[in-house]
Write a protein that binds this ligand. Structure first.
Ligand SMILES: NC(=O)c1ccc[n+]([C@@H]2O[C@H](COP(=O)([O-])OP(=O)(O)OC[C@H]3O[C@@H](n4cnc5c(N)ncnc54)[C@H](O)[C@@H]3O)[C@@H](O)[C@H]2O)c1
Length: 333
């Protein structure tokens, strides 16, 4: 067997634990260390997957080849910068960082150091994304809908960076054209950070996407609808089902018989296992990551445009909101 890639996970919270699990199971990797500022958490996850517990990522710089970063988003940049500067390959959880400048800086640093920098936009490694991109060539319109109940994890960022960024990145990947204009609305509900938002995203190709995200819903739903000139997909990403409609004849003479329908069961695959296998493959072969630092930076740039548009909308509604209203608080930032 070829030599295993020595790996570590920095940030052993909710999502970092999943990364540790996959490194421990992947034959191309050896999970050497689990790093968490909270010693108890580092030990619990390290013990579970047979690795060493460490409390500071600087202690592993010369002992591993590749690292997953799953610390809270505001810390991504500092941790990534130090790991990449030390010549390590990095898989950084989404969103890449919390500013476009810092995202571009680590992307440039990885290019300079010749290391792999992959961003954990997990939906792009899903079977659903693969099926959709095989079925739809040039989308004209996409509708992303992602809602989830309130939770206290992830609230260090707004819903755009917490949830909507998944659809932003996936849609940019499917459209394959630059974003030219964004119109958005949103508000904080639980606090000052935006918890519910809708954005209309215009692409240079003429395609339009309408994206909604909420983290204050009673239920969980993840849907994507896509239409192109002669086909339409209605994808329930949560239930792993795609309903497809297309044309096989002349609707003018054949009526409804010209329309084809199909139900596709999205294959049961673990998207994070795919993402980590792809990261390890890039390290072994020198391939460019499917979602690299440039893609991560672009998703973040578009998230920034959405936030700017929401800020402008909140300034307008301030004039008619009652004092003390949550919306008014959100508008003041
Ligand atoms: N791809 C996805 O679907 C997905 C889902 C959830 C979270 N995430 C991302 O994963 C990241 C972590 O989110 P989470 O929900 O696991 O958060 P979490 O709060 O559960 O875990 C974060 C962990 O990082 C540790 N930590 C904080 N500072 C540290 C430091 N300097 N060094 C080492 N450890 C440190 C904390 O002690 C904690 O254990 C976020 O960027 C989030 O956006 C991605």
């Amino acid at each position: 067997m070829a030599e295993q890639i020595r790996t570590a996970v920095v940030g052993a919270g909710y999502f970092g634990r999943f990364h540790a699990n996959h490194y421990s199971k992947n034959p191309d990797a050896k999970l050497v260390a689990v790093v968490d500022a909270d010693a108890g958490r580092a030990k619990a996850v390290a013990d579970e997957f047979g690795a060493e517990a460490v409390t500071d990522h600087r202690q592993i710089l010369d002992r591993v080849d590749a690292v997953s970063i799953a610390v809270p988003t505001p810390l991504h940049f500092e941790v990534a910068r130090e790991l990449i500067a030390a010549g390590l390959h990095v898989l950084i959880e989404k969103p890449i960082t919390d500013t476009v400048e810092s995202a571009k800086a680590i992307t440039a640093l990885a290019e300079e150091r010749g290391t792999v920098l992959q961003v954990g936009h997990i939906e792009r490694y899903s079977a659903a994304y693969r099926v959709i991109s095989e079925k739809i060539d040039r989308p004209l319109y996409l509708e992303g809908y992602r809602i989830a109940p309130w939770k206290t994890r992830g609230v260090e960022v707004d819903v755009i960076l917490d949830l909507m960024i998944h659809d932003i990145d996936m849609i940019i990947g499917l459209v394959g054209a630059p974003v030219t204009k964004v119109d958005a609305v949103g508000t904080g509900v639980m606090g000052r950070k935006i918890d519910i938002a809708n954005a209309r995203i215009n692409f240079e190709s003429g395609c339009v996407a309408n994206v909604t995200a909420s983290r204050v819903s009673y239920k969980t739903e993840r849907r994507l609808r896509v239409f192109a000139q002669s086909n339409y997909l209605n994808c329930d990403l949560g239930e792993r089902k795609i309903f497809g409609y297309g044309l096989r004849g002349d609707p003018m003479t054949q009526g409804l018989a010209a329309i084809t329908t199909e139900t596709i069961d999205i294959p049961q695959e673990d998207s994070l296992a795919n993402e980590i296998a792809s990261f390890l493959d890039c390290i072994k072969t020198g391939k460019k990551p499917f979602v690299d630092g440039h893609a991560g930076s672009e998703a973040l740039r578009v998230a920034g445009l959405i936030n700017e548009s929401i800020d402008a909308q909140l300034q307008k509604v301030q004039s008619w909101l009652k004092p003390g209203d949550v919306l008014a608080a959100a508008a003041k930032g």
